[in-house]
Write a protein that binds this ligand. Sequence first.
Ligand SMILES: C[S@@+](CC[C@H](N)C(=O)[O-])C[C@H]1O[C@@H](n2cnc3c(N)ncnc32)[C@H](O)[C@@H]1O
Length: 241
Amino acid sequence: MITGAANASVGRRRKIIAVGVGPGDPDLITVKALKVIERADLVLVPVTSAGSSSVADAVIRAHLEVETVPVVFPMTRDEKTRRDSLRQQLEALRPRWESSESVALPVIGDSALYATAAYLYGVWKRLEPSIQLELVPGVSAHSLAGARAGRFLALGEEIFSVVPGTARPDAILQVLKSCDSAAIYKPTALQDNLRAMVQSAGPWSEVLRVDRGGLPGETILRGDAALSAPDTYLSTLLLRR
Ligand SMILES: C[S@@+](CC[C@H](N)C(=O)[O-])C[C@H]1O[C@@H](n2cnc3c(N)ncnc32)[C@H](O)[C@@H]1O
């Protein structure tokens, strides 16, 4: 049971709300995501460099007129570089978030899957151990890719695997060989190895790649064409036996 005093102290804690806004099509954001973003005291949006556009920001702007504050997420796998950059930005924004009870972090797709918000939350938690995390789910890129394929992702006992192209190649291969269908996120990381890896785990009845799904310039590639090295980070590969 929560006592009145304990309840009051919980109420004072800052909430960081990672909000999935879907893969980019403004029609694929949820009503809940819009409500949470509209009610938040502060909205921080991820960008890849200062002044660059943000897919999450564009989705929000299609529906709401709220102020959004960009946070640069350096595109690096070096954890220390990323952490230092995020910490410096959070310190610079301290006056803004110290006066905010709820801070929304909109991210593309779902908020719990390979979401940039996790890095910001990790750094924030060190600065302010009492912050609480909330997650608002969103439509993931693999759901959009399944819809574009016009096929069910998995049925009955079939195993559907979600794999990041950034994982160890031997681990990716092992997973692909043992599943019935799969989504490969961040296939850009595999570059010219993509084709050989997917083919050696085949045969597949469906190979489909969605680049910039739901966004201007969306491209759908099927079969061998889908296994060329993607030139956009917003690319998801779907495989089905
Ligand atoms: C950092 S992860 C974010 C995943 C996201 N949280 C989700 O649930 O879809 C970025 C990867 O998501 C996938 N992705 C996100 N949006 C996409 C889109 N509009 N079209 C194709 N792939 C997309 C790509 O594989 C991209 O490399």
